[in-house]
Each structure stands twice: as C-alpha cells, then as structure tokens.
Design a protein around this ligand. Structure first.
Ligand SMILES: Nc1ncnc2c1ncn2[C@@H]1O[C@H](COP(=O)(O)OP(=O)(O)OP(=O)(O)O)[C@@H](O)[C@H]1O
Length: 593
C-alpha cells in the first residue's frame, strides 16, 4: 500500500513536470512565430498546472487507495518508498514539494512534520547529471584560445541555440558584444589558460524576448553574460545589448517580473548556475523566476522558519498609512510584509474578499513589467503567539476575525499574501532630500507608464500604494483596485454648466463605474509644491485623458510593447536597420508590432 501511494504521487509529479516542460519548451516555437499573445497566454496558463496536477493526484490517492484512511505507519512508509523512487530522479526537490502538496491535502495539520512530509529535503540536488546518451548538458563551454577566436566562438554559441530565424547581422552584434566584454575586462587583459564562455543550454523566453544566459571566466575573474535576442520589423533577429554585471542580472531576474519559460531537464543545475551569477539572490526567487513558483514558495517558507528560529523580535503592524482592505504586518528583522484581507470594508471600497483575491491573481498571471511586486499566497500559516505584538493581535481580531484561529500558543492565519517589504513612497518622500525626491517622482511616473504599456491601470495611484526598492525602483503593491486599461473609460471632466456646478463639492456630472478622470489625479497627488514641480515637468501627460485613450487604442489594436530591464541608452545601435520608431512611452520602447 505504501509503495502504491508513493508510486501514485510520483506518477502525478512526473506528469506535471512533463506538461510543464512541454509548454516551456514550446516557447521557442512561439518566439520564432512571433506569437506574442500565445507566449503571454502560455505564461498565464502554466501557472495553473501545478494545482491541477495536485488535485488529480489527490483524487487518485483517495479514490484508488483510500489514502485518507490509511494508518500513519503506512504514510511514513510511503515517504520512505518515495525517497527510494527518487534516487536517480532529475527533479527530486520539485518531486518532494509535490509530495508535500498532495499529502497536506489529505492529512491533518498535526501530522505536518518531517516524519510524513519533506519539511527538510531528503535528497541532494548537487551534481545531478543526465546520463542518457542523447542528453543535452545544462550548459555548454566554449574555449577560445585567442582574442580572434572569440568572435567565432560567440557566434557559434548563439548559432547553437538553433533559432529558426535569420539574424539581421549576427557578426555586427557579436562584434558589439565583444567590444563590451573587452571593455569590462580592461584593455590590456591577458587571456589565461582557463579562459572560457559558459552558456546555459536553453534560452530564457519572456514576452517578446529570448535571453541567452551565461558567464565569462578568465583567471580568477568571472562575470555574467546575458544577451537579449529580439525580433526586428522584418522578422529577423538581433542582439539588443549585453548585460555583464550582477546588478543587470538582478534586474533581469527581478521579483517584480513575469516568470521565464526555460526548457530544463535538471532545474536545480540551472539554479546553481544562476546563483553563481547572483550570489545574494535567494534560491527561492530563482525558482520563481524559472516558473517553478511552488518550489520558490517551499524554499521561501523554509527560509522563513529558519529566520524565525534565529530571531526574537515581534511581528508589528507595518509602518505607514493603514490599508482599508488589508491588515498589513511585518517582522522588522525580516524584509517581507504579510497581508490579510479584512472581513469588512469602508463604504468607498465596493469590494469583496473574492474580488480582491481575483485582483491579486490577475497580477500573478500578468506580466508585472518590473513594477508590480510578486506576492506569495499562503493558507493556514502558523505563528507563535508570543511573537505577535498586542497591537497587531488586536488589529487582526478587529478587522479580520474570520482569518484568525488560536491553537494553544499558536496563531493560525487562514489566508495571507507575503511580499517584499519596501519603503512606502509617501514615507520616502517625506524624508527625501531634493535630489532623492526628484528621482523618486520621476520613477513613480515611469512605473505608471510601464504598467500602462502592459495594459494595467493601478486604480489607486496614491503615493502610499507604491514602494521604493533597494535599487531605487518604484514598485506598485496595492492591487485591490487594479483594472485593465482596456476596461476603463478615460474621460475629460465636462465643462461646468453654470456657477453652481463650478462650486459643487461633489462631481455634478454622472460618473459610470469604469469612468476615470485623469485631470483630477493632481488633486490627490500634487499637494506638495516640490513634488508638483517635478511631476509636471516629467509626467504632466498622465493628467491628460488623451494620453490614456491613446494607449488604450494601441493596446486594443494588438500592439504589445517590450519592457526592457535595462536603460534604453544601452541598446546597441543597429546600422542598416529601419530607424526605431519613437518610444511611445519612456522608458519603454516599442521594438516591433
Ligand atoms: N510591500 C510593502 N512594503 C512595505 N509596506 C507595505 C507593503 N505593502 C503594504 N505596505 C503598507 O501597508 C499599507 C496598506 O497596504 P495596501 O495598500 O496593500 O492595503 P490596502 O488595504 O489595499 O490599501 P488601500 O486602503 O489603499 O486600498 C500601505 O500603505 C503600506 O504602508
């Protein structure tokens, strides 16, 4: 029985990974066909795969093996058999997580420990290799022995991706990449015996781009090498720029972007490779970026439990203006916030728990274009009661009693979102000097424009709903009023009909549920004269209904923008190419339509 249970779980996982891999691998053909809508739809649909497979496996275990009624010794044996089945598996860490997902659906909370679940991993993910004869390596290594050979080597590395489309001018692009690499090395660099380029075997696909990711090694110097490959206006390819620093890669793999599609047999080897390029990035976030969000969630939770054990501070209400639909709390020593949906809302918030969850899901499935924080959704999170400040307990008891359960010394939060903690922009602006204020206001406008390009209207654009990251990027985090740009009705305020209209405190004109009046934004945003001056200089267009309408019609016509993770000034010049059209939204640029 125990073996049959283990086998059924593993069948479920193998089916999951096969389908996950199929849809990820097909990103190459979608890229070649320039099927951007298909790429985005696949990105969206892939997210749902995991839960579907977990439900299927749970059902099989219950229906075929009556798993819920098996004694606990059998469950313990099932875990041991499962470990045995994973001995030569290529995704053991993902399979362990799958086992946990299924098991926690069937067993009760008191059994959620390492005897029955993989609270800690049992199998090592180090040095896993695919021994099959036709196996492709995780990364390929190129050894150019001279500066001259380097050009041919890099060219071959790109050609080995076997993209079905011709390059506009691959020699030109490789030349530009190598010029940047030489500059990164410094002019009089000597090539050492170990000089090499390593390239991960699969391209990383996201939206309209395919990214080659690798590294350069020479002597004791080692740095990342990432190449965004894009389409031109004539269906040919070009390399848009080269990313050579850890900071560049951190932006490419940011938590505020959509997941990549990558064709991986051994995902842990990809994570290990990527970690060698971004040592500070937690493995949880790399798994997320690769689309393996459940694994990301598992690792995040392990890191969190470890942190709790090795810290002693208390959870407190998050600093800043309190939310109307969320209770937000944080642990000062841990850089994340926890958001719990309230049980009731003030009258101006016409919403429900399901609607709010729907908005958060929308963001999860959408391209977050570096401007919307990733949220991890958890159910039944247990905390030690003594770690909650009395004020926080009171806050949760008052606003979300349905989400709170006590179990002895444990507090269980039934549902919460966890996301990176940032400095709320309203707080940042209060404390900023003039230069910081200017940069933050410009970034704020850029953040909104990036979201607009991706068909997202933030709904509530107040400063308090945006945060600023360590890299000085402004990111949006309050999703309960988010809408698609294409669902909004952007209007000008009608001219007053008479003096009474002019003096009215409330709008005298009829306002529909989807109506938005951009010219009124200023009243809420621009009270501070310094902020107003910067905003009006750089982003006055946001107060004009025409700006929004124009983007709405572009999106409706099927234009999809690339949102680059690097500054537009870093894009390679492309001699002989059609002149790029003027950027429709700064700093977003349109590369092809
Ligand atoms: N990621 C974050 N980092 C830091 N602080 C945050 C974060 N998310 C939320 N906060 C804090 O919690 C407050 C409320 O969060 P949020 O805006 O998500 O809740 P809400 O109830 O949806 O708000 P609103 O009333 O504007 O709809 C914010 O104003 C901010 O002070």
């Amino acid at each position: 029985m125990a073996f049959a249970m283990a086998r059924t779980m593993l069948d479920g996982f193998n089916r999951h990974y096969r389908l996950f891999r199929q849809v990820s691998a097909a990103a190459k053909q979608r890229f070649e066909r320039a099927d951007w809508a298909g790429q985005q739809a696949a990105q969206r649909e892939r997210i749902a795969f995991y839960d579907q497979r977990v439900d299927e496996a749970t059902e099989r275990l219950q229906n075929e093996l009556d798993a819920g009624n098996q004694p606990m010794e059998i469950w313990q044996q099932a875990k041991l058999h499962y470990i045995g089945l994973l001995t030569n598996h290529h995704q053991p860490e993902l399979a362990e997580t799958f086992f946990n997902s299924v098991t926690t659906k069937i067993l009760r909370r008191e059994h959620f420990n390492n005897e029955f679940l993989f609270v800690r991993p049992a199998l090592s993910t180090e040095y896993i290799e695919n021994e099959e004869p036709a196996a492709k390596p995780t990364f390929r290594v190129y050894y150019p022995h001279t500066h001259e050979a380097l050009h041919a080597c890099l060219r071959r590395a790109i050609e080995n991706f076997q993209l079905a489309l011709p390059f506009e001018d691959l020699d030109r692009d490789v030349g530009q990449v190598l010029a940047a690499v030489r500059q990164r090395f410094g002019n009089d660099v000597r090539l050492r015996a170990n000089f090499q380029i390593q390239m991960l075997d699969s391209l990383f696909y996201r939206n309209k781009g395919a990214y080659a990711v690798g590294k350069v090694i020479n002597g004791f110097t080692e740095f990342p090498l990432a190449l965004p490959i894009l389409h031109n206006e004539r269906g040919q390819l070009f390399i848009d720029t080269v990313l050579l620093t850890e900071d560049d890669l951190l932006l490419l793999f940011s938590f505020a972007r959509a997941y990549f599609m990558v064709d991986m047999e051994i995902p842990s080897a990809y994570v290990q490779f990527l970690r060698s390029l971004m040592a500070r990035k937690p493995r949880a976030e790399l798994y997320n970026a690769l689309g393996l969000a459940k694994q990301g969630k598992t690792l995040f939770y392990r890191d969190f439990l470890y942190h709790l054990r090795h810290s002693s501070d208390q959870f407190i209400v998050a600093p800043g203006i309190k939310g109307m639909v969320m209770v937000v709390f944080t642990l000062p020593s841990f850089p994340f916030v926890f958001k719990v949906i309230k049980d009731f809302y003030p009258p101006q918030k016409d919403t429900t728990r399901d609607k709010i969850k729907g908005k958060y899901l929308l963001v999860k499935q959408h391209d977050r274009v570096g401007r919307m924080a990733e949220t991890l959704e958890y159910s039944n999170v247990a905390f030690e009661r003594a770690r909650f400040s009395p004020e926080l307990i009171q806050e949760i008891e008052t606003f979300c009693p349905s989400q709170l359960e006590y179990d002895g010394d444990t507090i269980i939060i039934r549902h919460c979102y966890i996301e990176r903690r940032m400095i709320p922009l309203n707080i940042y602006l209060q404390e900023a000097d003039d230069a910081q204020l200017e940069a933050a206001v410009i970034e704020y406008g850029n953040a909104i424009k990036d979201m607009v390009a991706a068909n997202i209207f933030p709904g509530d654009m107040l400063w308090k709903n945006f945060g600023i990251t360590r890299h000085g990027k402004v990111v949006f985090y309050d999703y309960d009023e988010i809408e698609y740009i294409t669902d909004c009705n952007f209007r000008r305020v009608p001219a007053p009909r008479n003096e009474e209209d002019e003096m009215a405190a409330e709008p005298w004109y009829a306002v529909g549920p989807h109506d938005v009046f951009p010219e009124t934004f200023g009243q809420f945003l621009l009270g501070n004269p310094k902020v107003r001056a910067v905003f009006m200089k750089h982003h006055a267009d946001l107060l004009d209904a025409a700006f929004w309408q124009e983007h709405q019609s572009r999106i409706r016509e099927g234009h999809l923008y690339d949102v680059f993770t690097y500054d537009a000034t870093r894009r390679f010049p492309r001699e002989g190419a059609l002149a790029a059209s003027n950027p429709p939204v700064q700093p977003v640029q349109e590369t092809s339509t």
